[in-house]
Design a protein around this ligand. Sequence first.
Ligand SMILES: [Mg+2]
Length: 373
Amino acid sequence: MTTLRSGTSRKVSLLSSNGAPLLASVAVPMQKNEKEQVKGWLEAMQSSSPPRSLSGIDDEKNGISIKKLTKDQYEKWVVKHPSALHMFETIYKQARGKQIAVFLDYDGTLSPIVEDPDCAYMSNEMRTTVKEVAANFPTAIITGRRRDKVYEFVHLPELYYAGSHGMDIMGPAKGCNGYKADGLQAKDSKGNEVVLFQPASEYLSLMDEVCSILKERSKKFPGARVDHNKYCATLHFRCVSEEDWLALAQEVQTLLKAYPELTLTQGRKVLELRPAIEWHKGKALEFLIEALGLSDPSKVFPIYIGDDRTDEDAFQTLKKLGFSCSILVSTVSKDTCAAYSLQDPFEVMEFLQRLIRMKGSQKIYMCNQGSIL
Ligand SMILES: [Mg+2]
């Protein structure tokens, strides 16, 4: 039986005696500091989501237009994090003579953010673009989603995929663009040879249990949705009334206390529970760079594009590496370690297409010079 301690004297069971999740939530009054913790999570979650005022509603508060305020803040912010399209020549000059490697988040980066996460499709034009990127550079998708789910959306077998915030990495056994990763040799569901790396595999049954409890607990909140992202339980707030957010987040807090093996992260209208191991998108990026033999900074130029707080770990990893290009996808000002910005997946596609064109023109130049790239 799993139990939790709330405060110093209360003890509440989360599982019934036969191990099944309890269907009803146990009402435990929140202590003041517990409430502040939950509020902090929600504030962090909101700060990583664009405000509604940008979606057409120009709220007026004390005579100040929130839309205008947000726009003014963005204009100041973008000076510090300039558009990667405007800075393309500079970025490409830094990359000249080096092997470019491309690492991409999925939601909000390759696909638009939508209310139903099952409908976050990427366009055919984006798929064609990513395919061409992979034909020119070693390429990986690093996402919070389940690896198999993101593969359903992207459907390009030539890429590396790091699902569950990098805790579930798989790539083609023959490698990507000539770069082959070391790892456990395995077969995918279609019998194809693949390489696998799963640093949190011992947490799989625990995550099944936690997702099951969280699904039951969130049922009483209309619009709440839990995705079992294999090594990560993702609770979506996007379609939940803001009046319910505090109580819903309290359910997460209750679970977190019951399972000290887990940790919490915030994203765009989501709270996520995952194994409290020293592993995240930044570690997955490091792993892939190392495994693909791309760790010599004098020869390699990694590019990472992402839109969320969980991508900050990858931006920090690149900052430590030195020569690299980190790009945050955002229409609003945000605290970020990323050097550059792009506004939306359309701009991401344009940036990737320019990379491909630049590589093509470099090939022609090198052939004219009598060299083989
Ligand atoms: Mg994202």
